[in-house]
Design a protein around this ligand. Structure first.
Ligand code: HEC
Length: 298
């Protein structure tokens, strides 16, 4: 009897000894994943649309005008009722890259899921781990204000006609212009603001990164041309100037950027400012490689 007890004791002892390091390892892995996710969140401008100016970070409810009304960004915190707390990892990923809600309905394409659909699987998993780590904040997202049916029918038809989706690679390019393009198009989504749209929100691909006047720019803001055109774009900025703007918000003439650009740089609270210098330079190099387009923004 006593021998058996001793055996059981040793068995438990060994199991603990073997199990603890794996548990510790799993916790360390999870922490590393969340840290990587925080970085992706930062390069995504802190998903700034989901924070009201001066409001609680990531709790949503920010109003965006759309052709037929107003739509509100959603609560990204881990609150069970009003945030993402009740969503599975895969549901959150489908929300980011397909615009699908937990109930299978589609989010309006104001949320740039087409662009995010090219985000690497690795980066998406990390981003989701980070979102899950956000302190829950209870805040209900106001209902969409638009005529009934506009949402479901309109969204389906819009996506059918104009939606562009990409294949998500397993891992992101590690460096060089390839990485710059990846970050620009699928994580930082510079074109979501810097490429102009028509009156029903379709991006004009022939004016890629060529800016938008106040009359059509998001939230009525004028968006500069960031193609390498010397006269109307940023052709005479050095790569370091572009990186400096992303990391500090200062232009070569020492002026500070304002409005939406300042928001994505500052983030919520992580934003472009927290990007690694080499990533900011990769974006700069990519921007210098795209076609120069003459488009004067008033
Ligand atoms: C949420 C919208 C938004 C996103 C996303 C965005 N920008 Fe901007 N950007 C703006 C606005 C608005 C301005 C003008 C700010 C001002 O006038 O002070 C601006 C200004 C700039 C300028 C200054 C140009 C000039 O001539 O003064 C550069 C360079 C720039 N953005 C690059 C980028 C890059 C690179 C990215 C992606 C990494 C990016 N932006 C993402 C909205 C955005």
């Amino acid at each position: 009897m006593r021998a058996l007890k001793n055996e059981t004791f040793f068995l438990i002892f060994w199991l603990l000894l073997l199990g603890l390091p794996t548990l510790a390892q799993a916790q360390a892995d999870q922490k590393e994943l969340v840290t990587r996710g925080q970085y992706i969140f930062a390069v995504a401008g802190g998903c700034a649309c989901h924070t009201e100016p001066k409001g609680t970070h990531n709790a949503g409810a920010r109003a965006f005008p759309i052709p037929l009304g107003t739509v509100y960004s959603t609560n990204l915190t881990s609150d069970k009722d009003t945030g993402l707390g009740g969503w599975t990892d895969q549901q959150i990923i489908d929300g980011i890259i397909k615009g699908l809600r937990k109930d299978g309905s589609r989010v309006l394409p104001v949320m740039p899921y087409g662009a995010y659909s090219g985000m690497a699987q690795d980066d998406l998993r990390a981003l989701v781990a980070y979102l899950r780590s956000l302190k829950p904040v209870k805040k209900v997202t106001p209902d969409l204000k638009s005529p009934p049916l506009a949402r479901s029918l309109g969204t389906a038809a819009w996506l059918q006609a104009f939606g562009t989706f990409y294949t998500s690679p397993a891992t992101a390019p590690k460096g060089g212009i390839e990485r710059g393009k990846y970050l620009t198009d699928h994580v930082a989504i510079c074109g979501d603001c810097h490429t102009p749209r028509n009156s029903i929100g379709v991006p004009n691909k022939s004016l890629y990164m060529a800016g938008a006047g106040k009359n059509i720019g998001p939230l009525g803001q004028a968006i500069p041309n960031i193609t390498p055109d010397k006269e109307t774009g940023i052709g005479d900025w050095k790569r370091d100037d572009i990186a400096e703007l992303l990391l500090k918000g200062t232009k070569p003439d020492f002026d500070n950027v304002q409005g939406l650009m300042e928001e994505v740089i500052q983030g919520a609270p992580h934003g472009y400012k927290d990007m690694r210098k080499e990533d900011a330079l990769a974006i700069a190099d990519y921007l210098k490689s795209i076609p120069a387009i003459k488009n004067k923004i008033q």
